[in-house]
Design a protein around this ligand. Structure first.
Ligand code: TNX
Length: 556
């Protein structure tokens, strides 16, 4: 224990006078100040690091008599905790509502809404554990959920195993935690188009996101190599578009593996994933790629292309030259698809790709050239921008906001309300922030988890690049050029990308995701001032035992 409390009156929690003083002043500033005062002992290996965590004296030890108590609006969160506690310990953990008679002596884990904590925001929480029990309070349900994620990390890692572990002392150290996220968009992107990932793997990924307080699951559902979501009006999208004859073998574009690959999610699957995610305070943002990365659409519906030449669902990686046309028929198709998508996904944000659109087909197509004349577009980039405008207007009519990769800026201003996902490091982000647009930072330099994490021999074949854990951890979503006081509130946050050209299985995805995604989680959750690589490394060792307990394949 590095910071023993000097005074334990009023509970087992550290009550150094500085902390008390900090509590009285405006909350956020005070939290930041006090977070610099003392590093938490490595023992309190919470990832991402809370704004403030103070060690108290003693510990709360769970036993067969321990109960849960929760406000009605927190019931589902309490049930999720109950399921896990039951599985791990074999005890029953009865769940009482907040009006059930109190039994002063009974050991309890309590979850409650406390509007006076509004200063911590809707995702902030306070967690207090003493030898007598645990209380998690928050102004809103999301905050209480995040308090529970911290609690899960304060317990022994065996909590996370799929089966009961006998002989464990289920101890929660006495602590006082006050916490809230730095950014609201704490994202994890997963490409299920290059390689299909079974629904269970997607749910497991969402579980891991929640444990790390990540809250946006960007689900890359369509690409040249596969269409993965059932659309009722266009059955050939999945009948034809979800299967490819073979996949590229390694890096050699000349070679195929001769093995068919396929898979898709039914609309029921999608609803299940969305519901599962919502219970874990994760928003699912679907991505339907257009007008490039769309060869799987053209395999199913060749009429939507610029040339009659047939194509198959692509069997190679890279950027297909085949793109959608800009005919009214194609736009009607796209809006039909998006109409079903918005019915399935409650997210305000709908991602429509927009990246990497080779201009050759539009340049050669008389219909596309005619369209350019008609709408006054002087280049394929401007035509692309016009198309995004049409799609953006449709989404706006449904109360949604278009999200696109930063190419949506190349041919002029993006549609009103659009969010720019900045992936090209030197582009996009800064330009978009300066234009006052909302931005999510996703640069290849720091967030592409399909790049190698290590140069050790024996690493599984990857797409290339080199992105070790330290580089992810060093990522700063606010570009240094903006530090002179320019408006940065339009930086919604950041996210990590898992493109799956070279990741054929859920295990391969896990190995690339963890622990680098834990580093990203700290980047987007924890105060910038508390970022400390040595401290993170110290917490990571016990954290990896948690990933082991969960059966997650990971790097180091
Ligand atoms: C670029 S990032 C792509 C993806 C690839 C990825 C591989 C982006 C918007 N497009 O289509 O999978 O690189 O790292």
């Amino acid at each position: 224990m590095l910071t023993p409390p000097e005074d334990t009156r009023g509970g087992a929690v550290g009550t150094r006078s500085g902390i008390i003083a900090a509590m009285a002043s405006p909350l956020v500033a005070a939290l930041l100040l006090s977070s610099q005062a003392a590093l938490p002992p490595a023992l309190l290996a919470v990832v991402p690091r809370p704004v403030r965590i103070e060690r108290g004296e003693g510990a709360f030890v769970l036993g067969p008599a321990t109960r849960l108590r929760a406000d009605a609006s927190l019931r589902r969160t309490a049930e999720l905790l109950q399921e896990e506690l039951r599985r791990a310990t074999g005890w029953s953990f009865p769940l009482l509502d907040s009006f059930a008679p109190a039994d002063p002596g009974a050991p309890e884990i309590r979850l409650r809404i406390d509007r006076s904590l509004a200063g911590l925001g809707s995702e902030g929480y306070r967690l207090t554990s003493t030898p007598g029990g645990v209380e998690i309070s928050a102004a809103a349900a999301a905050g209480a959920f995040y308090g529970v994620q911290t609690l899960r990390q304060l317990l022994p890692p065996e909590l996370l195993r799929k089966a009961k572990t006998p002989g464990v002392r289920w101890e929660i150290p006495a602590v006082r935690v006050e916490d809230r996220p730095r950014f609201s968009w704490r994202g994890s992107h997963l490409d299920v188009a290059r390689h299909f990932m079974p629904k269970r793997a997607v749910l497991d990924h969402i579980d891991l996101m929640a444990l790390h307080k990540l809250d946006v699951f960007h689900w890359h559902l369509t690409d040249d190599q596969g269409w993965r979501i059932e659309i009722r009006k266009y059955p050939r999208l999945t009948e034809v578009g979800s299967r490819r004859r073979e996949s590229q073998l390694g890096r050699d574009e000349e070679k195929g593996d001769g093995t068919p690959h396929g898979g898709f999610y039914t609309q029921d699957d999608v609803r299940e994933v969305v519901r599962y995610a919502a219970e874990r305070f994760v928003t699912v943002v679907p991505e339907i790629e257009m007008p490039g990365h769309a060869q799987a659409i053209l395999a199913a519906y060749p009429d939507l292309g610029n040339t009659p030449a047939p194509v198959e669902v692509w069997t190679r990686w890279g950027i297909s030259e085949r793109v959608l046309s800009v005919d009214e028929r194609t736009i009607a198709f796209l809006t039909d698809v998006l109409a079903e998508v918005v019915d399935l996904f409650p997210s305000t944000y709908v991602h429509v790709g927009g990246d990497e659109v080779p201009p050759a087909e539009w340049e050669a197509s008389p219909a596309a050239r005619e369209r350019m004349r008609e709408v006054g577009a002087r280049s394929p980039e401007e035509l692309h921008s016009w198309l995004m405008g049409r799609v953006g207007a449709f989404l706006a009519s449904k109360g949604r906001r278009l999200v696109g990769w930063d190419e949506i800026l190349d041919g002029g201003p993006p549609p009103p309300g659009a969010v720019v996902m900045s992936w090209r490091p030197a582009k996009g982000g800064l330009e978009a922030v300066r234009a006052g647009l909302d931005v999510v930072m996703a640069p290849t330099t720091h967030t592409y988890l399909d790049y190698y994490q290590s140069k050790e021999p024996g690493e599984p074949l990857a797409i290339g690049g080199f992105l070790p854990l330290e580089t992810v951890y060093a990522f700063e979503p606010v570009p240094p050029e903006l530090e002179g006081g320019e408006r940065t509130s339009c930086i919604l946050g950041a996210q990590a990308q898992l493109w799956t050209e070279f990741l054929a299985t859920p295990e391969a995805v896990q190995y690339m995701a963890w622990p680098r995604l834990a580093a990203l989680a700290e980047v987007v959750w924890s105060p910038r001032e508390s970022r400390d690589l040595a401290d993170f490394r110290a917490r990571l060792a016990p954290h990896l035992r948690r990933l082991d307990a969960l059966g997650v394949r990971h790097g180091s």
